[in-house]
Design a binder for this molecule. Structure first.
Ligand code: FAD
Length: 391
């Protein structure tokens, strides 16, 4: 009988495994793939995510530091550069493998290449059936990501309006050319999809280029991606990978009596930006802490609620505000994105308040007070799209 069995060795499962190991829980982590493995992702890791780690990321994993963001809408763009790093670019195969090693070094048992088929809750334990064996755990954390169906043991499936689809291609190029063209810049293109955007991220030796949008409105996602690549001079015969992205901020159940969900399985992704790695890590840590407290201090099962409230306090309200912003901006895309690329302050404030201070509420309030309540919509609509960096 393990104290904790973790399903999935992505950022969430690995972070949970490390915390559980440090707290002295007998822990088994089961991952279906052999690591390192590919994961469809843009690979932007925020400074908030970095601050959640209790160790330094080796320089060899950091491909580029990001201090500049460029936002496009209808061929125009606005650009803001900050003095501090906003995020880093990493490649998920290398990054995830490193996080899993950091979990393993705490002494937990890790089985890769072993898929979990089911988790059945009993009164005193959970039975975990895999392709190879059956294990018993006092608690099970399902960190299977947005794919898989084990999470539905805890919560119902999302509606098509509650998740996005992300498609990505990795396009190799000479590193010198990449850093000349986009030195440490995140490039976001609004207007490419409804409820999302297109992105071009300059990694080491390749571009990550992709699109994300609300599933309901993305009827021909591959065509949208290929058109986007062509418009940006990146077309070629490169593999396209797709994946589901849950929208954070939707109220979802994340615990049963002995089952917990974390990361994408719990739906912890910023609906506006698509950022999920940081919340995957932090929720995995909080889940393992909650289980460790119950086991170490012989608390009641109902104490698992501490996990729910911990997530809400740390980032739940933030994700709910991000969903609100996503809804407002994409309901009136012409007005809002036109305004955004015509006024540098909007992006500048977003980077300060949201990305650095993790404070959506004040940002949305500031937006409403300074633009929506003072500028009549007709005036915003008639704005000519001047390049904001010339303003
Ligand atoms: C196209 C795209 C681009 C993105 N770009 C960014 C970005 O730039 N920055 C950012 O912060 N976020 C980004 N995200 C979101 C980010 O990828 C996720 O939020 C993050 O990977 C969630 O981590 P996780 O550990 O919860 O799940 P995952 O990373 O998906 O890991 C889950 C793990 O569980 C394993 N697993 C699944 N089922 C089983 C099973 N039955 N048994 C055993 N193992 C199992 C899987 O093999 C996998 O290794 C992007 C997402 C997409 C789709």
């Amino acid at each position: 009988m393990y104290d904790l069995i973790i399903v999935g060795g992505g950022p969430s499962g690995a972070a949970a495994g490390r915390t559980a190991g440090i707290r002295g829980l007998s822990t088994l982590l089961l991952e279906k793939d052999k690591f390192p493995r590919y994961k469809a992702c843009g690979g932007a890791f925020s400074s908030y995510g970095l601050s959640c780690l209790d160790f330094k990321l080796p320089e060899s994993i950091i491909e580029r530091n990001i201090s500049k963001v460029r936002v496009y809408f209808k061929g125009r763009f606005v650009e803001v550069m900050k003095e501090t790093n906003l995020a880093l670019f990493i490649s998920r195969n290398v990054f995830d493998n490193f996080l899993l090693e950091k979990a393993r070094e705490t002494g937990i048992e890790v089985h890769t290449g072993e898929k979990v088929l089911d988790c059945i809750e009993k009164e005193d334990y959970v039975e975990v059936k895999t392709t190879d064996n059956t294990y018993l755990g006092r608690f099970v954390l399902i960190a299977e990501g947005s794919g898989g169906t084990l999470k539905y043991r805890v919560r119902p499936r999302d509606k098509r309006t509650e998740y996005g689809l992300g498609l990505v291609s990795e396009i190799p190029d000479e590193d010198g050319l990449i850093s000349n063209q986009f030195p440490g810049t995140i490039n976001i293109h609004f207007g490419v999809t409804q409820g999302g955007y297109g992105w071009i991220f300059p990694h080491e030796g390749y571009y990550s280029a992709g699109i994300v949008g609300t599933a309901q409105y993305l009827e021909h996602p591959k065509k949208v991606l290929l058109d986007f690549l062509q418009e940006n001079g990146l077309s070629g015969n490169f593999p396209v990978r797709s994946h589901i992205i849950p929208k954070g901020g939707v109220k979802r159940k994340i615990i049963n009596s002995r089952l917990l969900l974390s990361g994408d399985a719990a739906g912890f992704v910023d609906a506006f930006s698509g950022e999920g790695i940081a919340y995957a890590i932090r929720s995995g840590q909080l889940a393992a802490e909650a289980v460790a407290d119950i086991i170490m201090y012989s608390l009641k099962l109902s104490s698992l609620k501490a996990y729910e409230s911990g997530c809400r306090q740390e980032f739940g309200n933030y994700l709910a505000s991000s969903l609100k912003l996503e809804k407002i901006m994409h309901r009136f895309p012409e007005v809002s994105f036109k305004l955004a690329v015509s006024n540098k302050e909007i992006l500048d404030k977003y980077l300060d308040e949201v990305i650095m201070n993790r404070n959506y509420k004040d940002y949305v309030r500031w937006l409403l007070l300074n633009f929506c309540l003072t500028e009549p919509v007709s005036k915003i609509k008639s704005l000519t799209l001047e390049r904001a960096d010339k303003d």
